[in-house]
Write a protein that binds this ligand. Structure first.
Ligand code: MTE
Ligand code: MO
Length: 326
């Protein structure tokens, strides 16, 4: 029985992108009129609009309070010349297909997900294979905060402060063998907690990969927090990869397994739609997606279109990794 099906056009669409400023402004406007969140304009506006009046408080409740070791010291070397995306905007606009394909529905469905206890197994071509409990990991490696651009292949973007561990430190700890060339990442499989995983047309669990050189780059983080506190479930609690020069889908969430390999590992979106999503997936304004341009992107906070930068603005850090324009 075939489990893999080519997703329909609407399954990773640019068209779902709606500027959040419109949502929040409209909500404020309706509140001022005493109308709450009655959906005056029907289907024209995104789904969150039809929620209860206290929905913003419910959203805020998904954000874990800061506790040790948060907030971590900010690394001043990583700044961005664009304002930070407001936290609640980032927290209600997610791609996390394990829960739902609806960006503004992820935070609600992810509330019953339990990111603790949690272990991450690191195996394969390493001298010190290990399984680390997430809290052991947080105790063993120092955290730092970095502000990065984040660019989804669907042409929306944001600027967020991640808290995480430079991934190179974890690699140094497990000691890759001389045979290691790639790093494979795997997410959780818990269909009871993640309703999207009941859709067997996707090859769950989500899987991704990087070359060892990419994984060792100074930009690559294992992020465990955002905005100075632990990751809320919708952002990939308790730990996800952040590779800011690549499209969003390379930034795999809720990682349970990391394997160093000799061969290039397959990746989730490349397996599903090989013509549209390649292994590299470096942000490149000059290389259009087969179905839309990548020259510009929409800031999810302001709704404004801005130019997309080569390697998402990180050419200085990563261009040397690529001989041709990948
Ligand atoms: N496990 C898993 N990781 C994932 C995804 C997913 O569906 N499942 N979506 C990816 C995509 S397409 C994007 S754009 C980012 C979104 O991250 P954010 O919701 O924290 O902004 O997560 C990426 N990581
Ligand atoms: Mo994405």
């Amino acid at each position: 029985m075939p489990l893999i099906r080519i997703p329909k056009r609407w399954e990773l669409p640019e068209s779902q992108v709606t500027p959040e400023s419109i949502y929040w402004n409209r909500r404020r406007f309706l509140k001022a009129l005493g109308l709450g969140t009655v959906s005056l304009l029907g289907g024209f506006w995104p789904g969150l609009l039809s929620g209860a009046p206290d929905e913003q408080d419910e959203l805020r409740a998904t954000i874990p309070p800061p506790h040790k070791p948060y907030p971590a010291p900010r690394n001043p070397r990583f700044q961005v010349d664009r304002p930070l995306t407001p936290e609640l905007i980032a927290a209600q606009y997610n791609n996390f297909y394990e829960f739902t394909l609806k960006k503004n529905g992820v935070w609600k469905l992810a509330r019953r997900f339990r990111p603790r206890p949690w272990t991450i197994e690191i195996s394969g071509e390493v001298h010190r294979p290990t399984t680390l409990d997430i809290d052991q990991l947080l105790a063993r490696f120092p955290l730092e905060e970095r502000v990065y651009r984040f660019r989804c292949v669907e042409a929306w973007s944001m600027v967020v402060p991640w808290t995480g561990i430079p991934f190179k430190k974890i690699l140094d700890f497990v000691q890759p063998t001389g045979q290691a060339r790639y790093v494979r990442f795997v997410s959780f499989y818990r269909p009871e907690e993640a309703p999207g995983q009941k859709d067997r047309s996707y090859p769950w669990p989500y899987f991704e990969g990087l070359t060892l050189a990419e994984a060792s780059n100074e930009l690559t983080l294992l992020a465990t927090g955002i905005y100075g506190h632990p990751l809320p479930n919708q952002h990939g609690a308790p730990a996800r990869i952040v590779v800011p020069w690549k499209y969003g889908y390379k930034n795999i969430k809720s990682v349970v397994k990391i394997e160093l390999t000799r061969k290039r590992p397959p990746t989730f979106w490349n397996t599903l739609v090989p013509d549209e999503y390649d292994f590299w997936s470096n942000v490149n304004p000059n290389k259009p997606h087969p179905r839309w341009s990548q020259a510009t992107e929409r800031d999810i906070a302001t709704g404004r279109r801005i130019p997309t930068l080569l390697y998402n603005g990180y050419a200085q850090e990563v261009a040397a990794l690529y001989k041709e324009s990948r």
